[in-house]
Design a protein around this ligand. Structure first.
Ligand code: NDP
Ligand code: 8X3
Length: 272
């Protein structure tokens, strides 16, 4: 009898026992959409999860459901990526046995509004820059030195097709995602003499809570973004993240643009 089956029988478990791989993925913004889907994907593969979020109940609920569904260990890190001090303290306080992070997925991010650059809301602009650019850089700076020291690691940044070209009303959001591309490219150059890999994933339209957040809770307006086209799902992006993470060590998936079949670019979408 296989060891996993014996274990399951001895412990009366209802799901198959999975040998621990001791591989660890750290995902920011893991409480929704693409981040949560990545957490599910890596959990399915038996990885340990370090999950970041800023809503305590939602974060705990996410952690509990993944750990009970997939039998993986989960460590939660409650902080807002814009709070540099809180992020640094939380990451520094990760228990020793969790510190060997194999993959960091810098996913926390958002768009706010669809306003013109010269008349938009400064608060929205600042939140996008602080989250998508400065937050990502903060977490990168906290995690990557350990990867370099251990000679092992992979950073997967969630960029966007929006970083390839500006679209109407998306000026600042697009600029933050262009920055994610440049930060990814720069980091890849800085790490080229190490085994640490850097990937920039650039999704197009993915149906998550993204547009509800962009339109400040206006669900009807958010739903219209995905009308007449079959959009991507968080799981589609998680599949690509997993592909990059599980590629052989000498293979670095540097950048991937992932679009729905009827989307051709940030501005060309064919709707029925
Ligand atoms: P969701 O709104 O579903 O998820 C965003 C996640 O980021 C949430 O968990 C959210 O937490 C978290 N988050 C936002 N701000 C912060 C913060 N300051 N600190 C910590 N966590 C934060 O959207 P998506 O899953 O779609 O977005 C994930 C990433 O994918 C973003 O970077 C987005 O720009 C990018 N992206 C999305 C696309 C899409 O079409 N959906 C396409 C291309 C890229 P909370 O609920 O607390 O706000
Ligand atoms: C999100 C995709 O096209 O709504 O990054 O900007 S888009």
């Amino acid at each position: 009898m296989q060891k996993s089956v014996i274990f399951a029988a001895e412990y009366g478990m209802t799901r198959p026992y999975r040998e621990p791989t001791m591989k660890t993925v750290f995902i920011t913004g893991a409480t929704s959409g693409i981040g949560k889907a990545c957490a599910r994907k890596f959990a399915q593969q038996g990885w340990r999860l370090i999950l970041n979020g800023r809503k305590p109940e939602v974060l705990q609920e996410t952690a509990d459901s993944l750990s009970s569904e997939y039998g993986v260990q989960v460590h939660t890190l409650l902080f807002d990526v814009r709070d540099r001090q809180a992020a640094k303290e939380a990451i520094a306080a990760i228990p020793q046995e969790w510190k060997d992070i194999d993959v960091l997925i810098n996913n926390a991010g958002l768009a706010l509004g669809l306003d013109k650059e010269h008349t938009g809301d400064w608060g929205d602009f600042e939140t996008m820059i602080d989250t998508n650019v400065k937050g990502l850089l903060t977490v990168t700076m906290c995690v990557v030195p350990g990867m370099v020291e251990r000679g092992r690691g992979h950073i997967i940044n969630i960029g966007s097709v929006a970083g390839d070209a500006a679209y109407a009303g998306g000026s600042v959001y697009c600029a933050t995602k262009a920055a994610v591309k440049t930060l990814s490219d720069g980091l890849r150059i800085d790490l080229a003499d190490t085994p640490v890999r850097v990937t920039n994933l650039k999704p197009g339209l993915v149906e998550t809570n993204f547009s509800v957040t962009r339109f400040h809770g206006d669900k009807e307006r958010a739903d219209n973004v995905y009308k007449g086209i079959k959009p991507l799902t968080g799981d589609d992006i998680a599949d690509v993240a997993w592909y990059a993470a599980s590629a052989p060590e000498h293979v670095q998936i540097a950048e991937v643009l992932i679009l729905a079949t009827h989307q051709a670019s940030g501005t060309v979408v064919c709707r029925k």
